[in-house]
Design a protein around this ligand. Sequence first.
Ligand code: SF4
Ligand code: SF4
Length: 347
Amino acid sequence: MEKIRLGKTDVMVSRIGFGGIPIQKSSEEEAIRIVSSCFDLGINFFDTSRVYTTSEERIGKALAGHREEAIIATKTVSRTAEKIAEDLATSLKHLGTDYVDLYQFHNVSTEDDLKTVIAPGGLLDVVRRAKKEGTVRHIGITSHRLDVAKEAVKADCFETIMVALNFVNTEAADELLAMAKENDTGVIIMKSMAGGMLENPVLAFKYLMRFPNVLPLIGIAREGEMEENIRIVEADEPITEDDQREMDRIRKELGTGFCRMCNYCQPCPQQIMISAIMYTRVAITRFDPKRIFEGEWNTFMEKVPDCIDCGECEERCPYNLPIRERIKEAADNYAAAKKVYREKRGR
Ligand code: SF4
Ligand code: SF4
């Protein structure tokens, strides 16, 4: 499979990378088979995170024996030096390795968050030390907020940036890609399929392949799926007029009702995690049910009744989403799905 250079890391990565979210839902055996088959097909970039429950461990097991050929990227959501050091040690243990190729600050979502990460003597220095010691080879950052991502690229202290880009969420294509090129920052793309909202991989990849130096990640939930994606990527077919019409139609259809997870609606005075809550319906289909119904998602959903109806979030949302109504709907759907989950588990 064709390889591209991931910016100043100088690492050569396969034209598309493996996204480690959906394998949490499979059995361990199946997950290992999925990862191994992707490696056999020529995928060498595997992205996961400390918060994707079983994902690190499964990727580690599948790639044992191929460590030198595989590029493993993971992330931390922690924002204290002690917790980051602890997260890195846990990731190394779960991945069964003594180094990660790329260690990323996960979901840096506000300017203050970014400042905390890059402040002298702060969190970035913890990871830089790990780099010196050899447990981390390269340092990156991920963000759902384009303004924060641009600031991160401007700060020029990360070797990679991960942002959302797909044909319904094209904002990153306008300025960020040029800025990253200028600084030689490697660009990794999340939400290639708009977090599960897009169902046509042909259109999704035809759009993304227009950007020659970015690495789109694709979450794989079943064997054979990656093969299909590789075929589309390698066919390298241009966008036809029919494709363009279909993209416009989908954009229009999703246009008013679709949360881009950009987090411009934050901060919420009640600390409600709006974008995560808006994503609940898809998360239920993609994540480990234990995480959704017993882990952190519970905490997100429990906050919904704290909404004081101030409407500040809706004023900030560039897509005019009826956020208050949507988070209440999401909470009701979540409660119903949780009831089914508990009944199945007999409690
Ligand atoms: S309306 Fe509710 S969710 Fe939105 S900012 Fe106010 S408290 Fe937060
Ligand atoms: S609700 Fe609006 S502002 Fe908030 S994450 Fe979704 S699209 Fe962005």
